[in-house]
Design a protein around this ligand. Structure first.
Ligand code: PMP
Length: 383
């Protein structure tokens, strides 16, 4: 116990102690310590999770369906309600691929898929900035791996040349929109690399892109027209899709293999059927949220252009980092913006590289241009 207390004290005195914030959510607003702020740190990118019109429509349907609030079991035992298969079939059809498989969260997906599909004869090549959940999955898999420099596909190719003939299978792993920098992977380039060497698979995590990008909201893979070429296409429902859970788009063989081997799928109670029904309700409407996607891209460009004037780079997405550098300055800027009514959070090392502490803006479609302009004005006054 002494060890833990000492550690907690150490984190407290260095300003690194984390705590669960006491907040109340009201749509795009968040209340903290009696202050109401515009939430500029949300992952509810399309603003769907608490939209009243959608809730009203859904709750009527849910009442009629009688679906329960717990599956009370893993899908392999007694928890496999038809609604899971219905959503999987709908997703496979929309992505025009053979199969889809649902998981309890993106964390479950990323920590379960790679360990199930790889062994010591596999080699994993992962982008340097992939999310912690994928890193955990790689570590759990026990497969040898190497990280290539962030979005540096020449470096990736050098590694492919080196390893392609040594291993039976190589899996390239990337996100599509990166969670901390908001930049976008060149999936077409990755597909063409994959096709140039034998036995290469491509694993793409679209957590921050599903719903937001592509004509029908199917992500960067749709936008870059390469859905069919991505062997393992992962995404979560907990962000733009306003729900909870995750999916994999894959071949029928991979789906069946995972059902037999993937531990987070086999050994965990499946998501509540009522939750899956909400996900399905929103996923069905996904192609029609074009106004939301458009508004999000307009305000993202507005903020991104303004930050460029402060030395930032134009972000290619709705995740917009404002890099400040030192932890202390970053915390002060975020507190000052919070006092002015803008809830934005500092992201510090080790989550991001040393010396790149930043405010990570992640925008949602229900924020107006005027609200962004007010925030930019305050930011300019402050820094
Ligand atoms: N992948 C990425 C890239 C993420 O950013 C996150 C969560 N922030 C996850 C996976 C985990 O998804 P979930 O929240 O559904 O567990």
């Amino acid at each position: 116990m002494k060890y833990y207390n000492n550690k907690l004290e150490e984190w407290k005195s260095s300003g690194n102690l984390r705590s669960l914030p006491d907040v109340v959510h009201r749509g795009k607003w968040i209340e903290k310590e009696g202050q109401t702020m515009l939430n500029l740190s949300s992952n509810d990118y399309l603003g769907l999770s608490s939209r009243q019109d959608l809730r009203n429509e859904f709750i009527g349907q849910l009442q009629e369906s009688g679906l329960p609030f717990s599956s009370s079991s893993s899908r392999l035992l007694t928890g496999n309600f038809p609604i899971y298969t219905e959503l999987e079939e709908l997703m496979a059809e929309r992505f025009e691929r053979e199969a889809a498989l649902l998981f309890n969260s993106g964390y479950h997906a990323n920590t379960g898929i790679l360990p199930a599909l790889t062994d010591k004869q596999s080699f994993i090549l992962a982008d340097k900035l992939i999310h912690a959940s994928i890193i955990d999955g790689i570590r759990l898999s026990g497969a040898p791996y190497q990280r290539y420099r962030h979005c540096d596909y020449e470096h990736l190719e050098q590694l492919l040349v080196k390893y392609a003939h040594e291993y039976e299978q190589i899996i390239i792993v990337t996100e599509s929109i990166f969670s901390m920098d908001g930049d976008v992977a060149d999936l077409r380039r990755l597909v063409s690399l994959k096709k140039s060497y034998p036995n290469i698979w491509l694993y793409v995590d679209e957590a921050h892109a599903i719903g937001v990008r592509g004509k029908n909201g199917l992500g960067i893979a749709e936008e870059q027209d390469c859905i069919r070429d991505i062997d393992l296409l992962v995404g979560t429902f907990g962000k733009a899709l306003g729900s909870m859970g995750a999916y994999l788009i894959c071949s029928r063989t991979v789906r069946e293999y995972l059902i037999n081997t993937m531990r987070p799928l086999i050994f965990s109670t499946a998501l509540p059927p009522a939750q899956i029904a909400w996900t399905k309700f929103l996923f069905e409407k996904l192609p029609y949220f074009t106004d939301e996607r458009h508004r999000l891209s307009v305000i993202s460009r507005l903020l991104s252009e303004a930050l460029k004037g402060k030395g930032g780079e134009i972000s290619a997405s709705h995740i917009i980092p404002f890099i400040i550098g030192e932890n202390k300055d970053c915390i002060l800027t975020s507190l000052s913006l919070q006092r002015k009514g803008f809830y934005c959070l500092p992201v510090r090392p080790p989550t991001v590289p040393k010396g790149t502490a930043r405010i990570r803006f992640s925008l949602t479609a229900d924020i107006t241009e005027e609200e962004i302009r007010f925030m930019i004005y305050d930011l300019y006054q402050n820094t």
